[in-house]
Write a protein that binds this ligand. Structure first.
Ligand SMILES: Nc1ncnc2c1ncn2[C@@H]1O[C@H](COP(=O)(O)OP(=O)(O)OP(=O)(O)O)[C@@H](O)[C@H]1O
Ligand SMILES: [Mg+2]
Length: 484
């Protein structure tokens, strides 16, 4: 069942219950009031009649014979002129002595049982009887002579008008309630439809996005930022995120295949050359060396990709004490032979003990030094510094790799840490770069609770700074480091 149908149904059911309760309450209250006031008027009238006659009797010696002999004048006959009220007076023996004119030749019924009860109990008796099919409410009140009941004053009133009124009220309440319920249900259903309509829109758009496989589409929801508006904007944000991830995935795969293709083509071409017989001995060696170099490049690329995949999977790094100064010295020694024509030198070297994964930290520093050497022309200088500094966040070991190379344009700076991003593709590729080095370096730094900052000026040089928290308090990785 749809939400709309359920809402409408609940709403209608609740309204119906309320209406029934209201109707019943109104009907009961009114009918009780009407019957009570009818009883009150006839009781009061009967009392008047009985009192009036008792007063007249008090002056007589023989009340019983008076009642029979003389014509009893009903007091204040105007009171009974009202056609709804009937009065009659009987002796204790049950003989009629007077009745109001509106009775004509009819009588108010009086059963023996009632008569007996009034005479013996001396109390008024209210009862509902039937007179010619129509209900009659009547009271029989005793007429006193001293301590003795000598007669009965009866006052009756037809209940027909009250019953008619109540029947009308019943019909009115029923019709009104049914009409109200119908209208309210209809309007409620319409309102629910209007409120839920945007959700149908969202579903339709989502479906069309699935069918068209077009992640670039967005929900076109114009409305207040209510529940539905928030749903639509969340949905759009989610689409944007999925689209972004999807696009970066696509470009990542394209980049990877591209990077693998050029060394593969080179290897294949060189093998073809080898297959020709006219190759001389030295040429063969050259060809084999180039092919080997390209293969190594592919191996490096695959290793980098594997590392990044592990980074994405959230692999934890080792956490052991690392003497950063010793590590930097190793990096220096290892890179020295690669610095052809560039002067690689050690600047300030403090001692710093950090917690982390020595292999990864070394890889990070090698990447930075490799870049500095790669992008510094002959005759330039690359300097390695290690300092301990403190700021509000705590104490840091700060390694700076400063070069006097080509520098990086300011607008490129935010992008150089992206995977496969290279400022000058042709130049970088000629130098064997794939653009993964800095993304790996940044991941390693962050996994140690640190960061890498860059300052650079085109034509002047660059300075890459690695900040590592001392004491390892910020270190995220624990045991279980993977080894390359
Ligand atoms: N010290 C530097 N001086 C000038 N440009 C640099 C320097 N370091 C990095 N860059 C620029 O940033 C880009 C990204 O560097 P990154 O280390 O990620 O890639 P790469 O060195 O080209 O390739 P890889 O490190 O994967 O072999 C480089 O291609 C280069 O354009
Ligand atoms: Mg690099």
């Amino acid at each position: 069942m749809s939400i709309r149908a359920r809402l409408t149904l609940w709403y209608a059911a609740l309204l119906a219950v309320l209406l029934v309760a209201f109707d019943v309450a109104v009907y009961l209250a009114l009918s009780r009031n009407l019957y009570l006031s009818a009883d009150r008027t006839i009781t009061a009238r009967a009392q008047e009649v009985s009192n009036a006659i008792s007063q007249v009797l008090a002056a007589r010696a023989d009340p019983a014979s008076y009642l029979l002999r003389e014509r009893v004048v009903l007091p204040d006959i105007d009171v009974f002129a009202s056609p709804e009220m009937y009065v009659q007076v009987l002796t204790a023996g049950g003989q009629l002595v007077a009745k109001s004119e509106n009775l004509g030749d009819q009588f108010l019924p009086l059963s023996n049982a009632t008569l007996d009860q009034v005479l013996e109990g001396g109390e008024s008796l209210l009862e509902t009887t039937l007179a010619r099919q129509s209900p009659l409410r009547q009271i029989s009140a005793p007429i006193w002579f001293g301590q003795q009941v000598v007669g009965v004053a009866q006052v009756g009133r037809s209940l027909q008008d009250i019953e008619d009124t109540l029947r009308q009220l019943r019909n009115l309440l029923l019709a009104g309630s049914l009409a109200g319920l119908a209208v309210a249900t209809g309007v409620g259903s319409l309102l629910a439809r209007r409120a839920l309509h945007p959700i149908d829109d969202i579903t339709r758009t989502a479906n069309s996005i699935i069918e068209a496989q077009d992640l670039g589409r967005r929900l076109d929801h114009r409305g207040p930022p209510d529940e539905v508006g928030r749903l639509a904007s969340t949905f759009n944000r989610m689409l944007a995120r999925i689209e972004g991830l999807f696009r970066s995935q696509q470009s990542f795969i394209a980049d990877v295949s591209h990077e693998l293709r050029s060394p593969l083509t080179a290897v294949t071409g060189h093998l073809d050359l080898l297959a020709r017989e006219e190759c001389a001995g030295t040429q063969r060696r050259d060809i084999l060396a180039t092919a080997r170099g390209e293969t190594e490049r592919m191996a490096r690329l695959v290793a980098d990709l594997l590392l990044l995949a592990q980074a994405d999977a959230g692999v934890r790094l080792g956490a052991e004490p690392v003497e950063l100064d010793t590590l930097l010295l190793e990096v220096y020694r290892q890179s020295k032979p690669l610095a052809q024509g560039v002067q690689l030198r050690l600047g300030q070297e403090d001692q710093a003990l950090v917690t982390g994964d020595p292999d990864r930290l070394k890889q990070l520093l090698l990447n930075l030094v490799d870049n500095a050497l790669k992008y510094t022309p002959e005759g330039g200088t690359v300097t390695l510094d290690l300092e301990r500094v403190s700021d509000a966040a705590g104490e840091w070991a700060r390694v700076t790799v400063t070069d006097t190379g080509i520098g990086i344009p300011a607008e490129e700076l935010p992008r150089i840490f992206e995977r496969f991003y290279r400022v000058d593709k042709a130049r970088s590729r000629a130098q064997g770069g794939t653009g993964l080095g800095l993304s790996i370096a940044q991941w390693i730094a962050e996994a140690h609770g640190g960061r890498i900052t860059v300052a650079s000026e085109v034509g002047q040089g660059s300075a890459f700074t690695l900040w590592l928290p001392m004491g390892g308090a910020h270190h995220r990785g624990t045991e279980g480091a993977e080894k390359r």
